[in-house]
Design a binder for this molecule. Structure first.
Ligand code: PFF
Length: 445
């Protein structure tokens, strides 16, 4: 039997996990919602939810992954002797496949814009109609499907190389580059006229502006942005040696994710404030507002290209974790089957992603339930499957898993014992209630 692959270092594990967490979640919706909902007041609420909901769930994935030392559709059964619990792993395995099929569509848009910006840098032809250009690019099937395919191929190439040479190496290169790109953009943004107005718009605490909707968003985001609920962190922790301190590693991942969230705001708002324009969220921010902002600045295309690269690093380090979950389950962690699994899964993802890619063009009129095909996939994954996965993880760890087992993974020094009790309490009572609350309100919307 082949031995299981492992990370070469704790740093590799932390950077890969942080790479999975830091993605579109933290970067393109969060800053906007934060600015609109009381700035630092909203951040404060988010930090609390992250510590009370996201972080305990992250530790639960870490404990299950490392202790079982196996892939997510088998780990629950290995730990309890009851195969039926593996259903939690199967749910996550399906969830990530669906998620990646449309996450890769957005990854494709980023790639198309990177290529386009490089062409503009070389030929020097500026754009005027930002909205029109974005609309025509994403509605063109060739670009939409081509971009998505390219993004899947890049993700597949990294995952095919395995844990150390693929995922760990890519994370060790891309995560530092992500931070460097952020620093460059933030220096550029903060040195613009009126920059401080943007900073204060983003950060100034105003508790009166917190709305029920924003609080719900903060809750959902506390597990989406930490990649918990589908077994991604479980999978990464299953490649971890026994020495690494799980709590410390988890705190590093949470900390990095929070820092990025704030950095994203510091990069965006001073820039939009300096031109006196409204910031936006999601695609509108990255593909319409920011190109406009950077077009007004000297060397603007270059800065915009750095911005796009930053989004690309954040997105692809998340997508490799998504694909890795499927690959580890499909191969049952046997490296000799890795390449075949990566190829077959990528083809499947590409095919399933086509209707999502066409949802902004040819299929934009085909709507049902939550909207276009893309909207429905997003709704199903983000509002139903992921909260359900997170709920099952908390119930499983709180009620089913032998506490001596989880204690042996988490408590290495005596001061950690009360924290362990608090963790169990949160998983048993607080997190399930919170998730059911979010779940019901999202479904009823
Ligand atoms: N955390 C990623 C983001 O914020 O974009 C999304 C994600 C990745 C969710 C991996 C779940 C997952 F298993």
């Amino acid at each position: 039997m082949e031995t299981q692959s492992q990370w070469s270092s704790k740093l590799g594990f932390i950077l890969a996990s942080a790479g999975s967490a830091i993605g579109l979640g933290a970067m393109w919706k969060f800053p906007y919602v934060m600015a609109d909902n009381g700035g630092a007041a909203f951040l404060f609420i988010f930090v609390i939810f992250t510590m009370l909901v996201g972080f305990p769930l992250l530790l639960s994935e870490f404990v299950i992954g490392r202790h079982s030392n196996t892939y997510s559709t088998q780990s629950f059964g290995v730990l309890t002797g009851r195969k039926s619990y593996n259903l939690i792993g199967h749910l996550g395995n399906i969830g990530v496949f669906l998620l990646l099929s449309f996450y890769s569509v957005i990854g494709g848009w980023i790639l198309i814009y990177i290529i386009r910006t490089i062409v503009i840098l070389v030929t020097g032809s500026p754009t005027q109609d930002y909205e029109g250009v974005f609309g025509s690019l994403i509605s063109n099937p060739l670009y939409a499907i081509g971009g998505q395919a390219l993004f899947i191929v890049l993700t597949a190439l990294i995952v095919a190389k395995g844990i150390r040479n693929g995922i760990e190496r890519a994370s060790k290169i891309m995560m530092p580059l992500l931070f460097i790109a952020f620093i460059i953009i933030i220096i550029r943004s903060l040195t613009l006229n009126n920059a401080m107005e943007g900073v204060s718009y983003f950060l100034k605490p105003d508790f009166a502006k917190l709305s029920a909707d924003s609080i719900l968003f903060a809750l959902g985001q506390s597990f989406f942005s930490l990649s918990v609920g589908f077994g991604g962190m479980l999978t990464y922790a299953s490649y971890l040696n026994k020495k690494t301190d799980l709590t410390q590693s988890g705190l590093s991942v949470v900390g990095l994710n929070l820092i990025i969230t704030v950095l994203a705001g510091l990069a965006i708002f001073p820039a939009t404030a300096s031109l006196g324009i409204e910031a936006a969220q999601g695609p509108g921010l990255l593909f319409i507002v920011l190109p406009y902002v950077f077009d007004q600045l000297p060397f603007g295309h270059l800065f915009y290209l750095i911005f796009l690269m930053l989004f690309f690093f954040a997105t692809i380090t998340s997508s490799i974790s998504l694909l890795e979950i499927n690959v580890s389950n499909a191969t049952k962690n046997q490296n000799s089957r890795r390449i075949t699994a990566v190829v077959l899964l990528s083809i499947g993802l590409f095919v399933l992603g086509i209707p999502s890619a066409l949802s902004s063009g040819m299929l934009s009129d085909v709507t049902f339930l939550a909207g276009t095909f893309f909207d429905n996939m997003d709704f199903l994954v983000s509002n139903i499957l992921l909260p359900l996965g997170a709920l099952l993880f908390s119930l499983f760890t709180g009620y089913v898993l032998d506490q001596r087992m989880s204690r042996s993974e988490l408590v290495t020094q005596s001061y950690q014992e009360p924290l362990f009790k608090l963790w169990i309490f949160l998983l048993k009572f607080v997190i399930p209630l919170v998730i059911i609350g979010v779940f019901l309100s999202l479904i009823m919307k």
